[in-house]
Each structure stands twice: as structure tokens, then as C-alpha cells.
Design a protein around this ligand. Structure first.
Ligand code: HEC
Length: 170
């Protein structure tokens, strides 16, 4: 009886010491491991920052290269979708929306006779290729709170042609 008891105790002790050893070893390894892992993560985020910068450059370049091919006549056709609300003539008539003659390069919300939304008044930029390109893709998303009810032009080429047409109105 005593013999059995002793051997059970010693087995338990042995087992316990393995466990302790194992825990020390395992935890150390885990510590090392997570250090290495976080270093890898850091490196990763460096890479993605660089990639983001590259992407921004690429996006800007893309806009320029998109405007290499444009068709003012096609743009004029696309503009028919806008003419219910906008006057494109030199007479600068206010309709449901402000007149768009000379809009490219003009300050946003610059027509005194037109009552713009606060969203447009507070936008404080000029209408250049870039602002028009993204506004016309999805007006409500690009300037939240605009009262221009228009779903947007999804095709890049439609917007390039339309903006090129707008540029010709001067
Ligand atoms: C249903 C009427 C409607 C349609 C269709 C519409 N717009 Fe507008 N647009 C407006 C209104 C209203 C505003 C003023 C928005 C505000 O004050 O928030 C506006 C504002 C603008 C502005 C800002 C002008 C400025 O003086 O700052 C531009 C640019 C513009 N629209 C371009 C277009 C183009 C291009 C199209 C066609 C692809 C178009 N809109 C279609 C009603 C319309």
C-alpha cells in the first residue's frame, strides 16, 4: 500500500515538474513569438502605407491619363441629362440648378442669384477636373447635403467627356 502510494506521489510530482517546465518554456516561446509577430505586423503596416502613397499617386496620374481621350460632342450629349435643371448658355440663366457656363475653374457656389445649399456654400473649393469628376460620379456622396438630386454618372468616360464639354464653355 505504502509502495503504491509513494509511486503515485512520485509520478504526480514528475508530471507536475514537466508541466511547470512546459509552461516556462511555452510562455517564453510565446513571448518571443508575439514579439516577432508584432515586428512583422509593423513591417506590414509600413508596406501598406507606402502602397497607399503609391495608390494616391497612381490615382492622380490616372485622372490625367483619363483626360487624354475625350470627346466634347459626346460630352454635349451627356449634358442633356442635366439641362432640365441647368442652363449651359452664356446667358447664365438660373433654373432649378445654377447656370454652368464657365463652371470649370469657378468657385463652388459662386452664382449670387442662386440659393445654394449650406453643403455647397461650405465646400470652399473650385470646380476643377478632380472635384467635378468625383462630384458628378455621386453628388450626394461627394458633398453630403447637396440639394442636387441626381444619381450620378458611373462611367468614367462619360464624366471625362462631359467635363471636357464644360471646359469648352467659355
Ligand atoms: C434635378 C435637377 C438637377 C440635375 C438633373 C442636375 N443638377 Fe446639378 N445642380 C442642381 C442643383 C439644385 C444644384 C445646387 C446644389 C446645392 O446647392 O446643393 C446643382 C449644382 C450643380 C453644380 C455646382 C455649381 C456651382 O455653381 O457651384 C454643378 C457643377 C452641377 N450641378 C453639375 C451638374 C451636371 C454636370 C449635371 C448632369 C450630369 C447635373 N448637375 C444634373 C440640380 C440638378
Amino acid at each position: 500500500m505504502n509502495k503504491y502510494f509513494l509511486s503515485i506521489i512520485s509520478i504526480l510530482l514528475l508530471f507536475q515538474s514537466f508541466k511547470v517546465f512546459d509552461e516556462i518554456f511555452y510562455h517564453e516561446e510565446e513571448g518571443e513569438g508575439s514579439k516577432i509577430f508584432s515586428e512583422i505586423e509593423d513591417e506590414d503596416s509600413d508596406i501598406s502605407e507606402e502602397e497607399n502613397e503609391e495608390n494616391e499617386v497612381v490615382q492622380k496620374l490616372d485622372l490625367d491619363s483619363l483626360f487624354v481621350n475625350f470627346d466634347i460632342k459626346k460630352g454635349e450629349k451627356v449634358a442633356k441629362q442635366c439641362s432640365a435643371c441647368h442652363d449651359f448658355s452664356v446667358n447664365l440663366k438660373v433654373k432649378i440648378g445654377p447656370p454652368l457656363w464657365g463652371v470649370v475653374g469657378r468657385k463652388v457656389a459662386a452664382i449670387n442669384e442662386f440659393k445654394y445649399s449650406d453643403a455647397l456654400v461650405n465646400f470652399k473649393k473650385d470646380w476643377d477636373r478632380e472635384t467635378l469628376f468625383y462630384f458628378l460620379e455621386n453628388p450626394k456622396e461627394y458633398i453630403k447635403g447637396t440639394k442636387m438630386i441626381y444619381k450620378g454618372l458611373k462611367k468614367n468616360s462619360d464624366r471625362v467627356n462631359l467635363i471636357s464639354y464644360l471646359e469648352s464653355l467659355k
